[in-house]
Design a protein around this ligand. Structure first.
Ligand SMILES: *Cc1c(COP(=O)(O)O)cnc(C)c1O
Length: 239
């Protein structure tokens, strides 16, 4: 496979995000790019960092910890855990990450809070919502969201920031917007019920549906393929 020119893909992706924000009538700094580096080597993260990228998303703990070690000399990187999180991995995630986007159980949240080192700011959390029930086992159903939110907002080691979703892939702008609109409405309703919480985050949109997510208010778009190229071995290899 041809080597990816990260300077070029990053520039193109930033331009794509800027265009999407403009057509949604949103300010150009209203959403940010989370570079999803799962299965990609530390050297590619280093290159993206060199071209100004600071936020990186990883799905697999062991792989992420190895890359973090190799990249320990880089200042100001923010690490986002975006994959399914097992209870026995919560300690390392609480110690080594800045964000977790994939909370769907109170127990995991409680453990992350307990293990969050007291010399670090609270861990930023998004609750993952299952907006396409038949497609995925991950994420809390909208019906169960309120209970989970009530549990998470109480936890001292965590700062609940908002919601995340990973919908079933569909073609077409209008169809892609549907789950993102649901997530936006769910966040709006939480914001009115928790006016003092800092609920400012919608983590939604990937390489193939960024425009639809931005149209519905995404604040983090999580892009892997668009920046680092196709992943050349299946995710299952790692889990
Ligand atoms: C892999 C992954 C992404 C990135 O997907 P692309 O289609 O490569 O942009 C985003 N979010 C999550 C949760 C992922 O697992």
């Amino acid at each position: 496979m041809k080597e990816v020119d990260i300077a070029q893909t990053l520039t193109a992706t930033r331009a794509r995000l800027a265009r999407a924000l403009l057509s949604a009538g949103r300010p150009s700094d209203d959403a940010a790019l989370l570079a999803v580096s799962k299965t990609k080597p530390a050297s590619m993260i280093r290159t993206a960092y060199h071209y100004g990228q600071r936020d990186f998303g990883e799905n697999y703990l062991q792989e992420a910890l190895e890359k973090q070690e190799r990249l320990a000399d880089l200042n100001g990187v923010a690490w986002h855990f975006i994959g399914p999180l097992q209870s026995n991995k919560t300690r390392s995630v609480a110690e080594r990450f800045d964000w977790v986007h994939s909370i769907d159980r109170a127990k995991t949240a409680q453990r992350l809070s307990r293990y969050r080192p007291s010399d670090k700011p609270p861990l930023n959390i998004c609750i993952q919502v299952n907006t396409s029930r038949e497609h995925s086992k991950s994420g809390v159903l909208l019906d169960d969201l309120d209970d989970l939110v009530a549990a998470v907002v109480e936890l001292p080691g965590l700062q609940l920031r908002g919601l995340m979703t990973l919908p079933a892939p569909v073609e077409g702008f209008d169809a892609q917007r549907v789950p993102f609109a649901q997530l936006r409405q769910a966040l709006e309703s939480l914001t009115s019920r928790y006016p003092h919480a800092k609920l400012d985050t919608l983590s939604m949109g990937m390489s193939n549906d960024l425009e639809a997510a931005i149209a519905e208010g995404a604040t983090w778009v999580r892009l892997g393929t668009a920046i680092f190229g196709a992943r050349d071995y299946p995710a299952a290899h790692h889990s």
